[in-house]
Structure formats: C-alpha cells, structure tokens
Ligand binder design. Structure first.
Ligand SMILES: [Zn+2]
Length: 100
C-alpha cells in the first residue's frame, strides 16, 4: 500500500505529481529536506527498543505531527525502525530498532 512520503500515512489521494503526498500541508513540509533529515536524526538518537511514540514526542522539542511523521518515515520508508503491533502507529505504540 502506498504511503505519503512526508507523514507516512496510507495514501488515499495524491496531491503531488512527482512524489506521494497526502495533503498540501505535507507537500509544503516535504520541501524542507534539511528539517526532515534533522528530525529523523533526532528520533534515531533518542529511540530505544520498546519506547512509546509519545515518549519520543516528549523527549524532542519538535512539533508533534512532524515528530510522528519522522517516526513513520523511519518505519515505512527507511526501514530502520519497526512496530510489533499489527496496526497503524499511534502515540501508545512501542517502537523497536531494526538490527542491521
Ligand atoms: Zn502526508
């Protein structure tokens, strides 16, 4: 199933011709590649096995939507994190690190 390149949610309607983006908000945010990679690095630096999504959000001083989006990208696009739950991620889902 295709997901938004920014927020990582399942894509129902694509607003971009070049990328997969679910909304104009995501399209705007996706342009700031520097911010995206900075946030992904920040998530990676605080993540540990079994940490809850909301704990990551609380540890980082970033916008909640942006932080959860970065977590979804690391799970669904980069494959460096994963969840054991058979559901979409929410604030109470545990995150685990993929062993390389
Ligand atoms: Zn999106």
């Amino acid at each position: 199933m295709q997901r938004c390149d920014y927020c990582g949610r399942i894509l129902y309607k694509n607003v971009s011709e070049k990328y997969f983006l679910c909304s104009s908000k995501c399209r705007t945010k996706y342009k700031n590649k520097k911010y995206l990679s900075k946030l992904e690095q920040s998530v990676t630096s605080v993540v540990k096995n079994g940490i809850l999504v909301k704990e990551i959000v609380n540890k980082l001083d970033y916008d909640k939507f942006d932080t959860v989006s970065a977590i979804r990208r690391l799970i669904y696009k980069k494959g460096s994190l994963f969840i054991k739950a058979n559901s979409e991620i929410n604030l109470n889902v545990e995150i685990f690190i993929v062993r390389k």
